[in-house]
Design a protein around this ligand. Structure first.
Ligand code: CA
Length: 233
């Protein structure tokens, strides 16, 4: 009998908290919850959950502050829950070390997928770099890190070195949204802030990778935030 993963729900709206809790319990998660930021910080420490779902709008301490305080001592996965249109807030949370975000209102399958991804990624980093695969594939797309080869449906895709590095970066974090700033810093270093360069590269990557670049299926745009490579089709 395995242990169920434990999720801490931090949400002050009881209807939402109750809904999430019911969904998680029926999908074999254990749940603890609170509507207060201060309590969330102490519960994160005392219960050591596998993942935290953190609403940003809380009555006592701001969710961003809760995240900062937790990140002072813990890398446990945090998925931020925020309202539609609050892109700046999401970017801030991601830059402060949130693992992902989900926008209200969200569906059950989206919530469960994000939680699975969050827990899997934290387990991966736990196991260290030994677990890094030498290739990954999603749908027809395959990235072979050993051969530095990207194929779609078995056909080799010709990429510039920068394009290849962007694809590698996204695929190493697949399922997770990466902010524009994060990608730029990783690819071009800390002194570059050329979001336009990133956009141009991404357009080229999509032209080469995607059947329909206007409706990308491998690398999706998170409006106002960044990009996410899909983990499974
Ligand atoms: Ca709230």
């Amino acid at each position: 009998m395995g242990l169920n993963p434990l999720i801490l729900i931090v949400e002050d709206e009881e209807a939402i908290s109750g809904f999430i809790s019911a969904v998680l319990k029926s999908n074999h998660y254990d749940v603890i919850k609170t509507g207060k930021g201060s309590e969330a910080i102490s519960m994160a420490a005392s219960h050591s959950p596998d993942l935290i779902l953190l609403d940003l709008g809380l009555p006592d301490i701001d969710g961003i502050e809760v995240l900062k305080r937790i990140r002072e001592w813990s890398g446990l996965p945090v998925i931020v829950v925020s309202a539609r249109g609050h892109e700046r807030e999401k970017v801030e949370a991601l830059d402060l070390g949130a693992d992902d975000y989900i926008t209200k209102p969200f569906g059950t399958s989206e919530l469960l997928a994000r939680i699975r991804t969050g827990i899997r990624h934290s387990q991966k980093s736990y196991m260290g770099s030994n677990a890094a695969p030498d290739r990954i594939s999603v749908g027809d797309l395959e990235i072979n890190f050993e051969k530095r080869l990207v194929t779609v449906g078995g056909k080799e895709i010709h990429l510039t070195p920068i394009e290849y590095r962007i694809i590698c970066l996204l695929s190493q974090h697949s399922g997770k949204v990466l902010t524009h700033d994060f990608i730029i810093r990783e690819i071009w270093g800390p002194y570059c802030n050329e979001i336009q360069t990133l956009r141009v590269n991404m357009a080229n990557i999509r032209r080469k990778l995607e059947e329909n670049p206007a409706e990308p299926k491998y690398i999706v745009t998170e409006v106002g935030v960044g990009y996410r490579m899909i983990e499974e089709l």
